[in-house]
Design a protein around this ligand. Structure first.
Ligand SMILES: [Zn+2]
Length: 186
């Protein structure tokens, strides 16, 4: 059975940097523990990185949130060092939700039936999502993954997630529950 952990945007800028928060700092030990569990069990881990460029303030996101953050290759853009692991995939995304999950998450199987070769995209059976911000990038990716992998069990561990505010964190968890995403660790 294939199980994948997706660690959303645990980058310096969202933890200790320009958009950092006490909540994000507080979940760090839980996130570390979760990553270590996946390493120990040999399951997959994918890190996402919010990725912007010098022109950030001219983008649509920049007009709504005029705080330059996660500029590619800066310190703020790096995954927090104590939870980073270069042995696993890192996905750079330019907005809240990643639109290309099928490229990095699904496995393509080749089936020879009647002499034809079929390309079938296979989702993992289990997907767990943790990281920040619960109410922006975690919920965006959870719903995209629900659409891409409707038969997968998708779980969000609330003890490894932080929102922009505690209230928006809780509201996003409720939204995800409504969409049949398992919320644990509350
Ligand atoms: Zn951003």
């Amino acid at each position: 059975m294939r199980k994948v952990l997706i660690v959303v945007d645990m980058q310096n800028d969202f933890v200790t940097g320009v958009l950092g928060s006490n909540e994000a700092l507080k979940i760090l030990p839980n996130v570390k523990k979760k990553i270590e569990q996946y390493i120990a069990s040999g399951d997959e881990i994918i890190y996402t990185r919010d990725t912007h460029f010098d022109s950030y303030l001219d983008t649509n996101e920049g007009k709504h949130l005029p705080v330059k953050h996660c500029v590619k290759d800066t310190d703020g853009w790096q995954i927090v060092a104590e939870i980073d692991n270069v042995n696993y995939k890192h996905v750079d995304k330019h907005t809240f939700g990643y639109s290309d999950w099928n490229r990095v998450l699904t496995e393509i199987q080749f089936e020879n039936a009647n002499g034809d070769v079929d390309f079938i995209e296979v989702c993992p059976e289990e997907i767990e999502i943790i990281g920040v911000c619960t109410d922006i990038c975690v919920v965006s990716n959870a719903l995209i993954l629900k659409a891409l992998c409707p038969e997968a069990e998708i779980t969000v561990d609330a003890s490894c997630c932080a929102g922009v505010t505690p209230e928006s964190h809780r509201a996003a968890l409720e939204t995800m529950k409504s969409c049949q995403i398992n919320v644990v660790g509350e």
